[in-house]
Design a protein around this ligand. Structure first.
Ligand code: HEC
Length: 266
C-alpha cells in the first residue's frame, strides 16, 4: 500500500506544477487580432501602407535593427512598395555604405572613421552597428534582431510584431517585477523587453498626410516587414489561384472524357 500515497503525491505535484504554469507572471499574452490587407487567398499589400512602413523603418527602427537581406532595387519590384526605379536609386544613394579599400588600401580616414560611399540599387540596407558587440553595447547587452524575416520567424507573425510595438505603456500586474533597464511588454516572452518603446504618436510625419498614431505606425511598419519577409507573396497567391482554376477545368474535362469513354459500357 505504499504505491497509493506515492501516486497521490505525484499527482498533486503535477497539478501544482500546472497551476504554477498557468499563473506564470511572465507568460506572454496571445497577439492582438489585427487584420491585414495581405491576408486570405486574394490578399495584396496596400502600397501606401508599404511606403509609410518603409518610412517608419528608415526613420525609427533602423537606428537599432538591420534589414540586411533587403536590396534597395527590390523597393521598385512588382508586388513591393511600388517605388519607381529612380526613387529606389535615390533612396539607395542617400545611404552611406562602407567603402572598399581605397587606392592606398585604407578603409578608415585619418581620424579613424570608416570610409563610406553612396549606396547603389544593388546594395543591401547597411546595418546600424559595425558588429554584434557594438549592437549589444548600445542596447544594454541585448541584441536587436535583424528584421528581414522577423515576421516569418516568430509565431503569430504580423500580429505578434504589431502587438509588441503597441504593447508598451501598460501597468504591470501587482507584484510583477520589471527588471532594471527593461520595459514591461505583456506580448513578449517573460514580459521584460530590452527595447525601449520605439513608437509614439507623431514619431514620423507621413508625407501622404495619414495621421501618425502609434497603431497606424505599427500597422504600416509591420506591413512593410511582412513584404520584406515574403516579397513574392502576391505572386504566390496569384499563381495559387491560377493553379486552382486550371485544376477545376482539368477535372471538368476529365469527367467529360470519362463519361464518353464509358458511355456504351453500361
Ligand atoms: C533603441 C533601439 C531600438 C529601436 C529604435 C527599435 N528596437 Fe526593436 N529591439 C531592440 C532591442 C534591444 C531588442 C531586443 C529585445 C530583447 O531581447 O529583450 C528589440 C527587439 C525587437 C523585436 C523582437 C522581439 C522578439 O520576439 O525577439 C521586434 C519585432 C522589434 N524589436 C521590432 C522593432 C521595430 C519594428 C522597430 C521600429 C518601429 C524597433 N524595433 C525599434 C531595440 C530597438
Amino acid at each position: 500500500m505504499k504505491a497509493l500515497p506515492l501516486a497521490l503525491a505525484s499527482l498533486l505535484a503535477l497539478a501544482g506544477a500546472a497551476r504554477a504554469d498557468a499563473a506564470d507572471p511572465g507568460a506572454p499574452l496571445p497577439p492582438k487580432a489585427e487584420t491585414w490587407s495581405f491576408e486570405g487567398p486574394f490578399g495584396t499589400f496596400d502600397r501606401a501602407a508599404l511606403q509609410r512602413g518603409f518610412q517608419v523603418y528608415k526613420e525609427v527602427c533602423s537606428a537599432c535593427h538591420s534589414l540586411n537581406r533587403i536590396a534597395f532595387h527590390t523597393l521598385a519590384d512588382d508586388g513591393g512598395p511600388g517605388f519607381s526605379v529612380a526613387q529606389a536609386k535615390a533612396i539607395a544613394a542617400a545611404y552611406k555604405i562602407p567603402a572598399d579599400p581605397n587606392d592606398k588600401g585604407e578603409t578608415v580616414d585619418s581620424s579613424g572613421e570608416r570610409l563610406t560611399r553612396p549606396g547603389i540599387p544593388a546594395d543591401h540596407f547597411p546595418p546600424p552597428f559595425a558588429n554584434e558587440e557594438a549592437a549589444r553595447a548600445s542596447n544594454g547587452g541585448a541584441l536587436p534582431p535583424d528584421l528581414s524575416i522577423i515576421v516569418k520567424a516568430r509565431e503569430g507573425g504580423p500580429r505578434y510584431v504589431y502587438s509588441i510595438l503597441t504593447g508598451f505603456g501598460q501597468k504591470p500586474p501587482a507584484g510583477f517585477k520589471v527588471l532594471a533597464n527593461k520595459y514591461y511588454n505583456p506580448y513578449f516572452a517573460g514580459r521584460n523587453i530590452s527595447m525601449p518603446p520605439p513608437l509614439t504618436e507623431g514619431t514620423v510625419t507621413f508625407s501622404d498626410g495619414t495621421t501618425a498614431s502609434v497603431d497606424q505606425e505599427a500597422h504600416d511598419v509591420v506591413t512593410f516587414l511582412t513584404w520584406a519577409a515574403e516579397p513574392k507573396l502576391e505572386e504566390r497567391k496569384r499563381l495559387g489561384f491560377g493553379v486552382m482554376i486550371f485544376m477545376l477545368v482539368l477535372s471538368g474535362l476529365l469527367f467529360l472524357s470519362y463519361r464518353r469513354v464509358w458511355k456504351d459500357a453500361h
